[in-house]
Design a protein around this ligand. Structure first.
Ligand code: M6R
Length: 366
């Protein structure tokens, strides 16, 4: 049922404040303002030195965002790879290690193969899945469910932000269990996390501002997305959404890599979409943006008013995200304009957003 929406994808994008809130409530003790995982990790988390993550597509990008959180909050190093590579690399895995697989459907063939490989090599398997009855869930030692509800649109949206919500809680829980986070710091971070669904709702309210930007992007034949830190994987996710839905070629790059190649592409025609939340890397991201501006690039900024001011450049488009959307979990909120942009570009072009050509919702073959 699409409710009042034209497409499942629109409905699923708009459901995010609710389902992310529900997912957080499942992993947090809201009254105490701390994390409370509804399962036991069944491994000695103090002894862990690293965790391994594997997944495909959008679920893989969720893992890439999570790497920043696991490193920062739990001081765990993270080995992450796409499942189709991981399964054939014959990677050495630590004794009694923790393997996290991420999958909306729980049926993705390569992710399942990565899980089985890790299991054969003595890893404890934790899966983050949306379909609890799936093969991946069944074959895992521990299942952390996302409470996104059924996702019908082929492009993953609400499952992605729910995966991020689970990862954020997991990183904080591991940080506490490993003695990295004090109770006080944990409370502060949980407070920030709890604010995310409301901020996502605010971001959804900016939808009208995204439509003119989408009409502009729809004319392009290639688009570059730039971000730093947790917004780097989000740049790749934004590019994937645009490719899948509009069939426009798009790439996500770490803003700092611009000089190492992609800057050669800059011209007046190729939109460069910069994701710039007000975090510690803002200044650096803005200087990358200015490098694009200096070469006559076609700039679109998704960022806070402070980012807009600091940019001091001519912009072809600006999607304003409130200044208060800051800190380590801003990527949860910045996912929303990236999804909306891809959605509106594709609907403006008359594409079938719920069922893009050549794609299947669940990839059960290699
Ligand atoms: O069901 P899964 O999460 O395992 O699926 C993984 C990818 O196939 C999936 O995320 C794909 O990249 C989506 N079409 C992205 O929108």
């Amino acid at each position: 049922d699409k409710g009042n929406y034209r497409h499942y994808m629109a409905k699923e994008i708009h459901e995010q404040p609710e389902v992310v809130g529900r997912t957080l409530a499942h992993y947090l003790d809201l009254a105490e303002g701390v994390v409370r995982l509804p399962f036991d990790l069944n491994c000695d988390v103090k002894k862990l030195s690293r965790v391994t993550i594997s997944a495909c597509g959008t679920a893989y990008y969720a893992g890439l965002v999570a790497r920043y959180w696991l490193e920062r909050f739990a001081r765990l190093s993270v080995e992450i790879d796409i499942a189709s590579e991981f399964r054939y690399r014959d990677p050495p895995l630590p004794e009694d290690g923790l393997m996290i697989v991420v999958s909306q459907s729980g049926e993705t063939a390569d992710t399942l193969a990565a899980l089985r490989y890790a299991k054969e090599h003595g890893q404890h398997i934790l899966s983050i899945v949306n379909v609890e009855t799936s093969t991946i869930a069944r074959e895992s030692d521990t299942v952390a469910k996302t409470l996104a509800g059924p996702e019908i649109g082929v492009a993953s949206t609400k499952a992605f932000t729910c995966q991020l919500a689970v990862f954020a809680c997991l990183a904080l829980a591991l940080g506490r269990a490993r003695g990295v986070l004090t109770k006080e710091r944990e409370r502060e971070l949980v407070t920030e996390l709890i604010a995310a669904p409301g901020q996502m709702a605010e971001a959804l309210n900016r939808e009208a501002a995204i439509e003119p930007v989408a009409r502009d992007v729809a004319r392009a034949s290639s688009v570059l997305y730039l971000g730093r830190g947790p917004c780097f994987p989000l740049a790749m996710e934004g590019a994937l959404k645009l490719k899948e839905l509009s069939y426009i070629h798009a790439e996500g790059y770490a803003a700092g890599e611009l000089k190492h190649g992609p800057i050669a592409l800059i011209d007046y025609a190729m939109p460069v979409i910069v994701l710039a939340p007000p975090d510690a890397s803002l200044e650096k991201t803005v200087s990358n943006l200015q490098e694009v501006a200096a070469r006559g690039g076609h700039l679109i900024l998704i960022g806070s008013p402070r980012a807009r001011e600091a940019a001091a450049a001519e912009l072809a488009g600006f999607v304003e995200i409130p200044e208060t959307v800051a800190g380590p979990f801003a990527s949860l909120v910045y996912a929303v304009p990236a999804q909306l942009l891809a959605y509106h570009v594709a609907t403006f072009m008359g594409k079938d957003v719920d069922q893009p050509r050549n794609l299947a919702k669940s990839v059960t073959v290699e």
